[in-house]
Ligand binder design. Sequence first.
Ligand SMILES: [Zn+2]
Ligand SMILES: [Zn+2]
Length: 424
Amino acid sequence: MTLQFQTPRGTKDILPGEMPKWHYLEHVLRDIFTKYNFREIRTPVFEDTDLFARGIGGTTDIVQKEMYTFLDKGGKSYTLRPEMTAPVVRAYLQHHLGQTKALQKMYYIAPMFRQERPQAGRFRQFHQYGVEIMGTQAPLADVEIITVGVEFLRRLGLKDIHLKLNSVGCLVCRPVYKLELQNQLRPVLEQLCGDCRNRFHTNPLRILDCKKENCRALTEEVDPIDNYLCDECKSHFGEVKALLTEVKIPFEPDKRLVRGLDYYTKTAFEIITDQLGSQDAICGGGRYDMLAKEIGGDAVPGVGFAAGLERLITVMDKAGLFPETDPHLDLYLIGLGDAARSWVYRTAMQLRRNNLICEIDYQQRSLKAQMREANRLNAGFTAIVGENELKNGSIPLKKMETGEQSDIPIEVFAGEIIKSVGRS
Ligand SMILES: [Zn+2]
Ligand SMILES: [Zn+2]
């Protein structure tokens, strides 16, 4: 039988069995972000469509092809957020966060939505974690963003991670480099792919990150942007590299790392892993000093990164890095007969109030079926209670691992269990 309703194409359920992995990653993320004094921000799942059209860039694939855009009943156009930086900057401006505290350090762990072509590992609802520091142009902020991203991956135990680093200049020096790039590529323009021939006029920097082999070969020899950075950008980039060296985070300069939109400035970076065989970016970010202005606010400098959790989980699984998390139950209480079932239920409630993970049977099943369930749930202890136990006033408690059994007087049963099995 085919069910009438299934998850929408390109989406998936995260079932209880997978949840320990998510909880583990979220726990480590929150722990690290908190230590660096980043504070969480949550914004609505949908925003004005224009926020993304302007905040991501009208010429990008995301805006042109991948947004979930809808009209509400009032005819206003909204979009499910495809990324989080524009909403965070919008919130910063809307709530004048810069007035209360010049420097804001924020993080998020949240679902995003993009109507991409479904393929392995790509989902239309996916999850990102990310950080933003707003309100400073200091190179140290760029380094802190990179550091927190690297530290997280290191703490998870990922070994083969590389940091790729570039500067994309600013509104002063980038136009000069664009012209130079066009001059150098003009002789081979006709040999570039169709996309790159368009980019030549609209966004020549993006030719450098074309994935087509032929385009890569043709751009192998072009001058890197380094030679054209203005003094300010050059000194910023130099300081970022010096600070990274100081905190012992190795990096590889990569002239192909461009972000291609005008409000991206100076630092651009990616963290790559070899774990999946190919070189996959698992984290990407950089500075966006012109973004706040682009969406209608004052110029507020910012720097941040975003990374996907689904991809990280794939990498972690492949590398076997998730800790063992057996589902665990402290105690399974088996009640046989009405009076015992009632006692068992009351006792279970009392134990749960005292922080024990406790389960009982709900369907008056046989002793055998309940024992099987206790085993399946990996219970630490079981107690079988019937008419006799109630009459004798003594409950046998069985330690499942060793099979050893001890009798506990019924009137002190809960207290004894809390003392011996309970956690503080
Ligand atoms: Zn510059
Ligand atoms: Zn190309």
